[in-house]
Design a protein around this ligand. Structure first.
Ligand code: NAP
Length: 294
């Protein structure tokens, strides 16, 4: 039951209408019996500063920050975690002791989502398609977790080159290559990689027939094909990979784990989510399948 002691949480973005965060967080809050409530707020770039002021005034405990505010929000934060500083992106705000703290939970969210595959990827080669904000978090996470080599393929070569240099500067990891996105190069590189991660929106609902890689490319059985997209749960890329016999993973667990990590920051508690995880996944899968049909 919500009363005056209930602590307020939320997510800001522009647009924000399709965010799954409110239903996800409120599900967890209810299951764990926490005295919190989570809402979505449409905040435009012009209103960002005022919104931070208002959340503080209204005694909000925490806010998730999504596109397009993950970088600009940093100028309103008092203390930024080392990881978020290095990445140049904040997705979680904590109001505490009259100060505003900023964190990035995408990195740990991605690593936790790898589950049983995580250990076996150390020292191996990863292919990352895309060079935007999520590619940045994924590459940073892979480097911190001991990946051997990273190959970036992106529509705009210049953006891949830029990301390669930036990640090298931030982490001192020098085994990153940005490779021209031609079918020939890609076909060669995919044979020696252990994980392929799509970080582009290609294949996302409603463009469900699109794939970030050419349909002719043969996907080897040994590669984990991971798509950050979770709507649809099985994109064209994942369907093709599954048909080729490769293990697949969609972006739902990353969404869940980054969210749970934020909740831990806000509550200051080590939340044991093991028991509710299967139920939470099923709940979100049903919502996504329903939304996808709209
Ligand atoms: P972003 O910063 O805008 O980057 C998008 C990247 O995709 C850029 O490299 C862009 O290439 C490329 N791209 C966009 N449209 C393309 C197209 N039609 N063909 C080929 N390449 C294209 O976006 P983002 O924040 O990284 O998010 C990307 C995706 O990841 C979204 O679908 C988002 O929903 C998903 N995501 C999921 C999670 C999760 O928790 N599961 C978390 C974050 C993001 P150029 O450089 O050429 O423009």
């Amino acid at each position: 039951m919500i009363d005056s002691s209930t602590k307020m949480l939320g997510v800001i973005g522009d647009p924000i209408g399709h965010s799954l965060s409110p239903i996800m967080h409120n599900f967890v809050i209810e299951k764990l019996g926490l005295n919190y409530c989570y809402h979505a707020f449409h905040v435009t770039p012009e209103d960002l500063e005022d919104s931070v002021f208002s959340f503080n005034l209204l005694k909000f405990k925490g806010i998730n920050v999504t596109l397009p505010h993950k970088q600009t929000i940093m100028s309103y934060v008092d203390e930024i975690s080392e990881e978020a500083k290095q990445l140049g992106a904040v997705n979680t705000l904590l109001f505490k002791d009259d100060k505003l703290f900023g964190y990035n939970t995408d990195v740990i969210g991605f690593l936790k989502s790898l589950g049983e595959f995580r250990q076996s990827l150390r020292g191996k080669t990863a292919i990352v398609i895309g060079a935007g904000g999520s590619a940045r978090a994924v590459i940073y996470a892979l480097i911190k977790d001991g990946i051997g080599e990273i190959k970036i393929f992106n529509r705009t070569q210049h953006n891949a080159d830029k990301l390669k240099i930036e990640m090298n500067n931030i982490t001192s990891f020098n085994k990153i290559n940005s490779i021209s996105f031609s079918t020939d190069f890609f076909t060669d590189e995919i044979q020696n990689a252990s994980i392929l991660i799509n970080t582009t929106p290609v294949g996302m609902y409603p463009e469900v027939n699109a794939s970030p890689i050419n349909y002719e490319i043969e996907i080897p059985k040994q590669i984990l094909v991971y798509n950050l997209i979770y709507n649809p749960l099985e994109t064209k890329l994942l369907i093709n990979a599954k048909q080729a016999g490769a293990p697949i993973k969609n972006g739902l667990d990353m969404l869940i784990f980054q969210g749970l990590e934020s909740l831990q920051i806000w509550t200051g508690e080590n939340i044991n989510t093991k028991d509710i995880l299967p139920e939470l996944r099923n709940f979100l899968i049903k919502k996504i399948e329903k939304n996808g049909q709209n």
